[in-house]
Design a protein around this ligand. Structure first.
Ligand code: DC
Length: 218
């Protein structure tokens, strides 16, 4: 059998990454969190105080940045940044970085090259529609905004951060708005994607549902 490719898309906080991680373990395939790549680049941009509207500055940073995955960890210029990329400053800035055409070109190239020679489950916003249009399976994962906000709130509190539900909901709505209305590969539900609303489902329910669809086919 050839390589298996699974594309998972959906808005912020829908449960994509938790679900994708579990499926990757079950199927023993590589998990690629493309959101983490946009976050890593945003981290570098914030640290370097790069003006994202200055093309020359952006080209320079894109040429001099190395982002990759090793054993499910994300590395920015050789340094592991899994934790750092989750902070609030990154969350509020990442969508503006992710809408830049040159940024997407560079990161999509890396994503496609990772998927070119192995089985992968990749999650993001444009995986089924653009990065891997020929994926064997495409899923579109959603949940109500209230549910997505309260999941995120709980996660932050568990990590010891202050979290205000209303503010988090506003931040997620703003991110969804930018991600869905941008010019270059916005978040869309592909016609050939299975849509799963996780609002009233547990993670394990959704994982079983997806595995059922994949295994049921073979
Ligand atoms: O999945 P996440 O919340 O970590 O993603 C962070 C941001 O990156 C998200 O707001 C939009 C952007 N993103 C994107 O534009 N395309 C992807 N394939 C993945 C993420």
């Amino acid at each position: 059998m050839g390589n298996l490719t699974i594309a998972i898309d959906g808005p912020a906080g829908s449960g994509k990454s938790t679900i994708s991680k579990k499926i990757s373990k079950e199927l023993n395939i590589v998990y690629i969190d493309t959101g983490a790549m946009y976050r890593a680049l945003t981290l570098k941009i914030l640290k370097n105080k790069t003006n994202i509207y200055d093309k020359a500055e952006m080209n320079k940073i894109l040429q001099n940045t190395n982002i990759d995955f090793k054993n499910n960890h994300i590395f920015l210029d050789g340094k592991k940044v899994d934790e750092e990329i989750r902070n609030n400053e990154i969350s509020t800035n990442v969508s503006d970085v992710a809408k830049i055409k040159e940024v997407r070109k560079k990161l999509v190239e890396i994503q496609r090259s990772i998927a070119s020679n192995k089985s992968v489950i990749m999650d993001g916003r444009d995986i089924g529609s653009f990065v891997l249009p020929h994926a064997n399976y495409k899923f579109y994962i959603t949940a109500s905004i209230e549910e997505r906000g309260s999941r995120r709130c709980k996660e932050l509190k568990e990590k010891g951060y202050n979290a205000n539900l209303e503010e988090i909901i506003k931040e997620i709505e703003e991110r969804d708005r930018i991600d869905s209305t941008r010019e270059v590969s916005p978040l869309v539900k592909c016609k050939d994607a299975f849509e799963i609303d996780t609002t009233d489902k547990t993670i394990d329910d959704v994982v079983s549902e997806i595995l059922g669809i994949i295994r049921g086919d073979n």
